[in-house]
Design a binder for this molecule. Structure first.
Ligand SMILES: *Cc1c(COP(=O)(O)O)cnc(C)c1O
Length: 230
C-alpha cells in the first residue's frame, strides 16, 4: 500500500506534467485534496504531506474537522451540495464555496457574509451533463444565474464548477470540460460587476489530466490521495 504522502506527491507531479504539456504557467492549477468521510487524523496526514487546499462535502463533518484542525491550517473549499439553512456555516468556515446553483442560495450566502463582514468567494456549479441525479444549474440558465447573483455585493463569483458524468475512459469527459470553458469565456466577455471568473473547478481522480488540458485551475482529487471511501 502507498502512503498519503506518496500519493500526494505523485498527483502533484502528474498535475505539473499536465500543466507543462498544456503550455500553462507552472502554478496555474491548485490541487484540492478532497477529504470527505475521512478521519481527522487522515486529514492531518494530508496536510503534513503538503496539502494546502482541502475539499469537504458535508457541513457538520467539516465543522468538527476544521474546529479541531484549525481554520488557518489550510484553505478550505466546500464542494458538497449546500442547503440554504446551512449557508451560515459554509460562510463561516470556507474560503471558497463551489456549489452555488440558485439565486436563493446565493442570496442567503450574501446575507450571512454581510453579517460577518466577509466577501464570500463562490463558484457556480453547472450541471454540464444535464443529469437528473446531479446538482447544478443548466447550461442555458448559467449566464442568467450569474447576472442575478452578481448584484449581491458580499459574494464574489470567482468561477465555474462542474462534475461531468463518470466515464472509465477520461478522454470521454473532454467535451464537457470544453463546454464549461466556453461558458466561462462568454461570461468574461460580459464584464459584470463582482464577477471575476478566474477559476474552472473541474477534474477528479480519474480525469484531472484531461481537465487541466482544457483549462482547469482547480482540480478536486480524493480517492487517489486518501484511498477509497467506505
Ligand atoms: C468526492 C468528490 C470529489 C473527489 O472525487 P474522487 O473521485 O475521489 O477524486 C471531487 N469533487 C466532488 C464534488 C466530490 O464530491
Amino acid at each position: 500500500m502507498t502512503t498519503i504522502k506518496e500519493n500526494f506527491d505523485l498527483i502533484q507531479k502528474d498535475i505539473n506534467q499536465a500543466v507543462k504539456k498544456s503550455n500553462r504557467e507552472s502554478d496555474s492549477v491548485t490541487l484540492i485534496a478532497v477529504s470527505k468521510r475521512k478521519s481527522i487524523n487522515i486529514v492531518l496526514e494530508g496536510i503534513k504531506a503538503g496539502a494546502t487546499n482541502l475539499g469537504e462535502n458535508y457541513i457538520q463533518e467539516s465543522i468538527d474537522k476544521i474546529d479541531t484542525i484549525g481554520i488557518d491550517k489550510a484553505c478550505w473549499h466546500f464542494i458538497g451540495h449546500l442547503q440554504s439553512n446551512k449557508a451560515k456555516f459554509a460562510v463561516k468556515y470556507f474560503e471558497y464555496i463551489h456549489t452555488i446553483d440558485s439565486v436563493k442560495l446565493a442570496k442567503e450566502i450574501h446575507k450571512q457574509a454581510k453579517k460577518i463582514n466577509k466577501i464570500q468567494k463562490i463558484l457556480i456549479q453547472v450541471n454540464i451533463g444535464d443529469e437528473i441525479t446531479k446538482s447544478g444549474t443548466t447550461i442555458d440558465e448559467t449566464i442568467e444565474l450569474v447576472k442575478q447573483v452578481s448584484v449581491y455585493e458580499n459574494v464574489s463569483i470567482v468561477g465555474l464548477m462542474c462534475m461531468p458524468p463518470y466515464f472509465s475512459e477520461p478522454e470521454e469527459a473532454r467535451g464537457y470540460f470544453k463546454s464549461l470553458k466556453q461558458i466561462q469565456t462568454e461570461i468574461i466577455s460580459l464584464q459584470l460587476d463582482h464577477v471575476r471568473m478566474d477559476h474552472l473547478s473541474m477534474g477528479m481522480s480519474n480525469d484531472f489530466r484531461v481537465a487541466i488540458q482544457e483549462g482547469a485551475t482547480m482540480v478536486r482529487v480524493g480517492t487517489s490521495i486518501f484511498g477509497r471511501r467506505d
